[in-house]
Design a protein around this ligand. Sequence first.
Ligand code: FAD
Length: 457
Amino acid sequence: ATSVVLFTRDLRLHDHPPLRAALDRSDAVVPLFVRDRAVDAAGFAAPNRLALLADCLRDLDSGLRDRGGRLVVRSGDLVEEVCAVAGVAEADEVHLAADVSAHAHRREELLRSALSARGCRLHVHDAVTTVLAPGSVTPASSDHFAVFTPYFRRWSERAVREPLAAPRRVRVPDGVGSEPLPARGDLTGLSPGLPTGGERDARKRLTAWLRGGIAGYADHHDDLAGDATSRLSPDLHLGALSPVELVHRARRAGGPGAEAFVRQLAWRDFHHQVLAARPHASAADYRTRHDRWRTGAAAEADAAAWRDGRTGYPVVDAAMRQLRHEGWMHNRGRLLVASFLTKTLYVDWRVGARHFLELLVDGDVANNQLNWQWVAGTGTDTRPHRVLNPTTQARRFDPGGAYVRRWVPELAGLAGRSVHEPWRLARAARAAYDAYPDPIVDLSEGLDRFRRARGRD
Ligand code: FAD
C-alpha cells in the first residue's frame, strides 16, 4: 500500500504523527507539499514567510533524501494536486495534520470528499501543530475557553503525548513528478536581518536555548535590549519544531525559566483553540466594543508614521524598525506598539494586524489576529480598557535605552534613559537630533480620546 503525507505547517521529520502513521501502514509514502493557490490569493504569502518556507522545504527535502526519500512539491489548487498525486501513486490513504483556521477547515472538508470519491481515505492527526488538540480542553459551559488563566490551569493538568523519533528510512514510489524546490534567492523585498529556516537549524537553536537562555527566561523575557526570549516562533510557525517536543524538553530542563516558557507555549495553544471555535475572529471582533475607529487623512497619516517607525515615541519606533529589519519583533515591543496604534492613536486593530502579517516571519492567523485583539480590547483580554504608556514601558523594559539606540540611530548620541524622551531636551540640544520627529500625538489627549470612544470618561 502507498500513502500520501500532505505537509502544511508541520515541515519536519521529528515528532511527525502523520508521517509515522503513514510509514506504519504503508510500504511507500509520498511526502507532498502543495503551494496552495488559495493561500496566495488571500494575500498571505508575504516575502519574509516565503523565504522561511523555501528554507524549510529545502531542509525537509534534504532530510528525506538522507533517509532514501525526497519531497514532492506542487503548486496550484491544493485539492486537485493532492488527488492527482494520490492517483499517480495509487495511494489509498492521505495523512494530514489538523489545523484551526477557517481555510484549514474548508481544505479538510474538500479534501475528504474529493478523496473519498476516489476510494482514498483522509486521516487527520491532532496535536501536530499544537500541544493539545483545540477543543480537547473546554469549560463546562462553552466550546472553548475565553480567558487564559483557567485555560492554562486545565491545560497544565493534561498529559502531553510522547514525541516521536524521526524515521530512519522513507521509501518514495517512482514516477511522482515534483516541481523544483523554491529558493530564498528568487525572492525580493526580504527583511535584511531575516533568520534562516529549516528543521536542522531550528534543532540547533532549540538545543542552544535549552542549554543557555531558558534558565533566565522568567526574569529576563521582557528585557527589550537583552533579547532574552527563545526566538523559536518562526520555527514553530512552519512546524520545523514540534510544540509537543518543546514542552517535553523544556519540562526536562526544569526550573522557573522552563515553567515560564511552557506557559507561553500554552498561550499559543490558547489562541489556536479560540480560532478553532470562532473562525470569524480572524477578521472580525471576537468581542464587540462598538468601536468607531478613526478613519480619514489624519488617521491614515498616523498609521503611516506608525508603520515607518516615525511616531516620535522612540521605543515604539525602535520596535517598528526592528520588525521591518528582522521580520520579527520582541513580544514586549508587539504589546506596546499594538496598544499605541489601537488605543493611543485609536486606529483599527486590523490595520496593524495587516502590517504585521506583511512582515512577520512568524506571522500566523491565530497568534497574530488574536493577540492584536487581546491588546485592542476586542478579544480575550480581561482588562480591555488598559492602555500602555510607551514612555513608562520604555523606562521599565529598556531602562538603559540600549534597545532604542540600537534601532533608532538618529538618537544614538543620547545617553541612558534620556533617549526615551527627546522632547524633554532643551531647544538647542534637541536641534542636534532634528532628524528624529516630534511626537505625533499627546499621550494624555490620546488617552482621553480612547476613553471617550469606549464610553469610559
Ligand atoms: P518566547 O518568549 O521565547 O516564547 C516561546 C513561544 O511561545 C513563542 O515562540 C510562541 O510560539 C509562543 N508565544 C509566546 N507568547 C505568545 C503569545 N502572546 N501568543 C501566542 N504565542 C505566544 N506570535 C506568533 O507566533 N505569530 C504572530 O503572528 C504573533 N503576532 C503577535 C501580535 C501581537 C500584537 C502580539 C502582542 C503578539 C504576537 N505574537 C505572535 C506573540 C509573541 O509576541 C511571539 O510569539 C513572540 O514574541 C515570539 O518570540 P519568541 O519565539 O522569542 O517567544
